[in-house]
Write a protein that binds this ligand. Sequence first.
Ligand code: GLN
Length: 507
Amino acid sequence: MTELHRLDIRELAQGLASKQFSSLELTQHFLARIDRLDAQLNSFITVTHESALAHAKSADALRAQGNAGVLTGIPIAHKDIFCTEGVRTSAGSKMLDNFISPYNATVVAQANAAGLVMLGKTNMDEFAMGSSNESSFYGATHNPWGLDRVPGGSSGGSAAAVAADLAPFATATDTGGSIRQPAAFCGLTGLKPTYGRVSRFGMIAYASSLDQGGPIARSAQDCAYLLQVMAGHDAKDSTSIDHPTEDYVAALAAVTSPDKPLQGLRIGLPHQYLKDGLDADVKARVHDALAVLEDLGATLVWIDLTTSDAAIPAYYLIAPAEASSNLSRYDGVRFGHRCENPKDLMDLYTRSRTEGFGDEVQRRILVGTYALSAGYYDAYYLKAQKVRRLIQNDFLKAFEQCDVIAGPTAPTAAYAIGAKQDPVAMYLGDIYTIAVNLAGLPAISAPVGFDTSYSGHENCAPLPVGLQLIGPYWSESKLLSIIHQYQQRTDWHKQRAPIASDTGASV
Ligand code: GLN
């Protein structure tokens, strides 16, 4: 049974269907791995042992009655940004350390309805603000490929848990790269869907016009299984779009020529994504991956995304502005952290928020409140929104020349915990991911090899490198199937981090 964590989602589904193992055995297996290994990683904030075992038993009972779905009984981890009824939902913040959600996010309800068994809630940057998982109130998460390295953020806990085989797949969210960048840093596949594809109901808001939930898993195929569960219109979310969903799993296999499955696909390469500032090894791995895609039949075309440089400044105005508004609800009155013995109402607000929010969150509230204040709104927020439209137009124009756009997910592989003390240095790492959120487009990151020379680091396994593909609106199944074809030809997605090989056998 020690190798159950090596199985992919299809194999897990088949094993359950053919009764090779039960959901209870599977769930116990993953819980035991979490108990044994997570002290080194800190990828979970909360592990729901008891309810996981109870749900696994119900899943087995459903199967015995012949009422199981494909995924019934497979374990999953949820990012601690999704509200889970009766379970703490902290968003990585002291502010919500005592918050037990009275209801489920739609994504969690969908996962439950599919029979998935929640193992627990994963660590994350506080309120999803960050690129390294270091801003969590619950402490940094460690990258399974090198324990002194960040796993990426803000969905770093979900990525580290999957990369260490503590969960077969996990939910995550992406406001400016938080699915794709941790997937890249941890050697995983992660998909940020089109804005409006996945419900935001019960997903704690950071920047509402940018936030989008999606899967983090080992492969495109595993992501397709989870997207199938998460996607769909939700009347409870006014920004959810009533656009038909697809059978994302079936779409993976839809190729015309088995030899050249990507025949006719035009992949755009933005000059701006492959210039200076990009780590040499990352660049080399991206080019290696492009060569494989060409070999599969795709053609490469150089394109220009002239607004690329404007993405970081626009995002770091719009996201904090929306955050300052969203986070105003944490006032110490209705729910969340409340300071001791307030002198008066103003003292209650001030101290509750000062104590409850960490430094990065306070920094963003300050920036966002300033950008929205009278007299500055036009100069900053409105201007940033206009830039946002130009960025969107830039992508739409590019898609006249190509079907998808390729480039690196992040400029470097995972850096050391503590290495980026300057917030702006951290923000610059989002250079390739955030324009996608400003435009509302879907994008995927997939592992394409390793950076072996990164920053002269010793005693660390080679660090994974991610390739990003950006597609037009609603092209989720296209992105998944391109990466699926790539993963049929390569085995980067099958490589395991050193810690994942720990089966506990010698313990
Ligand atoms: N790193 C970006 C930020 O800090 C994106 C985070 C995210 O996607 N949630 O805002």
